[in-house]
Design a protein around this ligand. Structure first.
Ligand SMILES: [Ca+2]
Ligand SMILES: [Ca+2]
Length: 136
């Protein structure tokens, strides 16, 4: 039961991530800033600092992050991230009976890392992953 859920959510998140990566490649330019300022005058008592993350994404990251973080320092290096995302991608391709193009998977992993590492310090935190998978 749990294994089935984990596998299906991994596939969903991997597909989501692939769609984002493809669209970013097509755009070939930094995404326009679409931040809409929150109405500050309303509901001042409510904490609005942390937007609610999709529980399925949080569960997925909580499950996957420790496996991806090979040296256990709480951050994914580029090598750790790419090894992990490559494994996910290969599993997705296998599940769909699609041929594996290693060069394409490498490019995908490189793009995914740069998109996830928003501050370009070559490290990806758990929160970075959650926000990336959440489309942020
Ligand atoms: Ca690490
Ligand atoms: Ca970073």
């Amino acid at each position: 039961m749990i294994r089935t859920f984990a596998a299906s959510s991994a596939a969903i998140v991997a597909s989501l991530m692939f769609a984002q990566t493809v669209s970013a490649q097509e755009a070939a330019a930094p995404a326009p800033q679409t931040e809409t300022p929150a109405p500050a005058s309303e509901a001042p008592a409510q904490e609005t600092a942390a937007p609610a993350a999709n529980p399925q994404i949080v569960a997925f990251v909580d499950q996957e992050f420790p496996q991806a973080d090979a040296d256990g320092d709480g951050k994914l290096s580029e090598a750790e991230f790419k090894a992990w995302i490559t494994k996910l991608k290969l599993a997705e391709l296998q599940a769909q009976n699609k041929p594996v193009d290693q060069a394409q998977v490498d490019t995908y992993a490189t793009n995914a890392f740069s998109m996830t590492d928003k501050d370009s310090d070559k490290l990806v935190s758990r929160d970075d992953l959650v926000s990336f998978f959440s489309g942020g």
